[in-house]
Design a protein around this ligand. Structure first.
Ligand code: C2E
Ligand code: MG
Ligand code: MG
Ligand code: MG
Length: 291
């Protein structure tokens, strides 16, 4: 019948998909321009200890203010940029921005770490480790303040070379996080070989967890497994007090999500941190001017 035939035709030619593909081609050349003309911004989402309530750091999230399309979400352009390789320019830009932030924190908030998302594409580049090391040295940053996040599903495609690269980064002292944990089907044997220091439980396990006993058991197991491997365990996407309470009761270490804070523009985050530091004991740097 006609409907069935139409549905089958859609498999072969989907005009919406084709339009999206073509518009992505436009976005790609725009993205190369974006990196060099400050259309990209680094926003920061704070992370908080579930044990003490204190801020422990932030995750850097890229934002693209396109001149004609307006705001383009990373969910839209990052996967595409990964396919084309343009992501490496985004990563380099985000890393260099992150270094400026870490350099400022080093004096005023040495307890904070900053997480930067890296793509498996970056890990295939043998010069990546050198570039990270060079940036850390150039800005005088202790490597353990930097965390690199790699999505679990990406780790599954890793080659021996990229795993060797992870080991090199770790041996420099850089922290490594598995992002979106629980969505990538990695085996425990495989995970154990990775030199990671943090597990970030994906938001899909966190949403409405207070109503889902099965998910609670699963997440409890993830947390225990993480702790058994000496990893810091973070929950992503906590939006409600009920979700926070469950994750805290299950022993999760760190929370990230709209409940704690939405991602903030760098200037807004710095203002918020300055407010925090007024309640901290005043050191010699407490009133130093901002960079
Ligand atoms: P991610 O690394 O898992 O980052 C967390 C995402 O969840 C962010 O979306 C953040 O804004 C969002 N989020 C945080 N808390 C909540 C919450 O409570 N509720 C909900 N609904 N969402 C929350 P964003 O910024 O749109 O980024 C999406 C993804 O794009 C990131 O997921 C990451 O995989 C990728 N991405 C972002 N920035 C970069 C980057 O600089 N480089 C690379 N390679 N990927 C990036
Ligand atoms: Mg991330
Ligand atoms: Mg994530
Ligand atoms: Mg995610």
């Amino acid at each position: 019948n006609a409907a069935k035939q139409a549905a089958q035709t859609l498999v072969w030619y989907n005009p919406a998909q084709e339009a999206a593909r073509l518009s992505h081609l436009g976005l790609l050349s725009d993205l190369r321009v974006a990196v060099s003309t400050s259309q990209l911004q680094m926003w920061l989402q704070p992370k908080f200890s579930l044990h003490t309530g204190q801020a422990v750091g932030a995750e850097a999230l890229v934002r693209w203010q396109h001149p004609t399309r307006g705001f383009v979400s990373p969910a839209e352009f990052v996967p595409f940029a990964e396919q084309t390789g343009a992501i490496t320019q985004v990563t380099d830009w985000m890393l260099s921005q992150a270094m400026h932030t870490l350099a400022a924190w080093q004096h005023q908030h040495p307890e904070l770490s900053l997480s930067v998302n890296v793509s498996t594409r970056d890990l295939q580049d043998p010069t990546f480790c050198q570039r990270v090391l060079h940036l850390l040295q150039q800005h005088g940053i202790a490597p353990h303040h930097l965390r690199l996040e790699i999505v679990e599903s990406g780790l599954m495609q890793d080659t021996h070379a990229s795993i060797a690269l992870l080991h090199r980064l770790r041996s420099l002292g850089v922290q490594l996080s598995i992002d979106d944990f629980g969505t990538g089907y990695s085996s425990l044997a495989y995970l154990q070989q990775l030199p990671v220091t943090e597990l970030k439980i994906d938001r899909s396990f966190v949403t409405h967890i207070e109503d889902l006993p099965g998910t609670q058991r699963l997440v409890k197991t993830m947390i225990e497994m993480g702790h058994g491997m000496d990893l810091l365990v973070t929950a992503e996407g906590i939006e409600t007090e009920a979700e926070r309470a469950v994750l805290q009761r299950l022993g999760c270490d760190v929370m990230q999500g709209y409940l704690g804070s939405r991602p903030l523009h760098g200037v807004a985050l710095q203002a918020w941190l300055d407010g925090l530091s007024t309640s901290a004991p005043a050191g010699p740097d407490a009133h130093a001017p901002q960079p």
